[in-house]
Design a protein around this ligand. Structure first.
Ligand SMILES: *Cc1c(COP(=O)(O)O)cnc(C)c1O
Length: 368
């Protein structure tokens, strides 16, 4: 039996009538950009993330870009981030003319190691940009403490962590800004690209609303140059239809994770994901294990038609576009090791027990 890594058609099949209705309603009213659905979504997302405001934008990448802009990032500034994440995290820093300064990850969580942040701070550092990778929030208490001590801003890359909790507080509620993605593979996925930025500060939300609309305030008057980065009403309508199910879906992902954990716990060749003490809710955007013979496991899973993906095969310091930064592999041993060993398995909520067992059997059969 083939097991796909993700199958969005299953979700659509049981939400079809509500989703179709929501989309058709937008076609009907015709307010396609930043319409009433966007405003409703912004209010609901702010509530969910325990913040005052949120601003819908065109993608998770743009959420990061606009948040860094709103922090005042300009050419010559430095932004500290993890060496192990999706490319967008580092790409946006460079797009603003700033320099990404990478920090290695923790051994167990794959998130930035707070103990290594202070050594990376220079007089040019403006922002710390932690990523809540795979759906587990980074260790925010020490990160916020360091930021406060050195007068730095914090932007959370929460693209993979909507609804995740650290000490009972939601991802996106710690830093100056929290950035979320509605890319279809995320726990809350749109029917295309979309993103949202959370914040608590009146001036900051105002800035984001100006930046996403070419820097205009009022319309057609530009004190600053902004972007065209607005959330489409059709995307917001789809997201509003899915939102009531998000918690249940993330709980179902946890159920799958517990089964995988249990099934792999006696296999010393498999490193299962660690849940940190401070994590009160992990949302498992990915269930990522580490194995030493990953190439072999990939071939084995392929032969069994079991879906998997490598998030991520190349850490930032080893990306060709960043060679000028002058890093070497030895600078980030844990990120390098993770990039060589991680492999993510199917964990979407609609995965059946039978399919999950198939995945378990195939992995345990190969990794001894
Ligand atoms: C998905 C993702 C992004 C980018 O989001 P898009 O909506 O695809 O632009 C940024 N950071 C991380 C960690 C992500 O997983």
């Amino acid at each position: 039996m083939a097991v796909p890594l993700l199958d969005l058609k299953r979700q659509y099949s049981y939400l079809k009538s509500d989703m179709d209705k929501a989309v058709l309603n937008v076609l009907d009213h015709g307010w396609f950009i930043l319409g009433p659905e966007v405003t409703e979504l912004e209010e609901k997302l702010a509530g969910l993330c325990q913040v005052k405001y949120s601003a819908g934008v065109a993608s998770g990448t743009d959420a990061l870009l606009l948040a860094l802009r709103a922090c005042g990032i300009k050419p010559g500034d430095e932004v500290i981030t993890t060496a192990f994440s999706f490319f967008a995290t580092a790409g946006v820093i460079v797009r603003l003319g700033a320099k990404p300064v990478f920090v290695d990850i923790e051994k167990d969580s794959y998130n930035i190691d707070p103990n290594k942040i202070e050594a990376a701070i220079t007089p040019k550092t403006k922002v710390i940009l932690p990523v809540h990778l795979f759906g587990q929030v980074a260790d925010m208490d020490p990160i916020m403490e360091i930021a406060k001590k050195h007068n730095l801003k914090v932007v959370e890359d929460a693209a993979q962590a909507i609804g995740a909790e650290y000490k009972n507080r939601k991802a996106g509620s710690f830093g100056d800004f929290g950035c979320f993605s509605f890319y279809p593979t995320k726990n809350l996925g749109a029917g295309g690209d979309g993103g949202i930025i959370t914040c608590n500060n009146d001036d900051n939300i105002e800035l984001l609303r100006i930046f996403r609309n070419h820097g205009a305030k009022p319309k057609y008057y530009h004190k600053i140059v902004g972007y065209n980065s607005r959330l489409a009403s059709i995307q917001a309508a789809i997201l509003l239809t899915k939102l009531p199910y998000l918690q249940k879906w993330s709980e179902k992902r946890n159920e799958h994770a517990r089964s995988y954990d249990e099934a792999f716990k006696n296999n010393s060749g498999i490193k299962t994901p660690t849940i940190k003490d401070y994590t009160t809710f992990h949302i498992y955007n990915q269930y990522t294990i580490a194995v030493s013979n990953r190439d072999g496991l990939k071939e084995h899973l392929k032969s069994k038609a079991i879906g998997f993906e490598i998030y991520y095969p190349v850490p930032f310091h080893a990306q060709e576009c960043f060679v000028d930064l002058g890093y070497t592999k030895a600078d980030f041993p844990l990120s390098s090791k993770a990039a060589d060993e991680v492999i993510s398995l199917p964990i979407y909520p609609e995965l059946t027990d039978e399919e999950r067992n198939e995945v378990i059997e195939a992995v345990n059969e190969f990794v001894k």
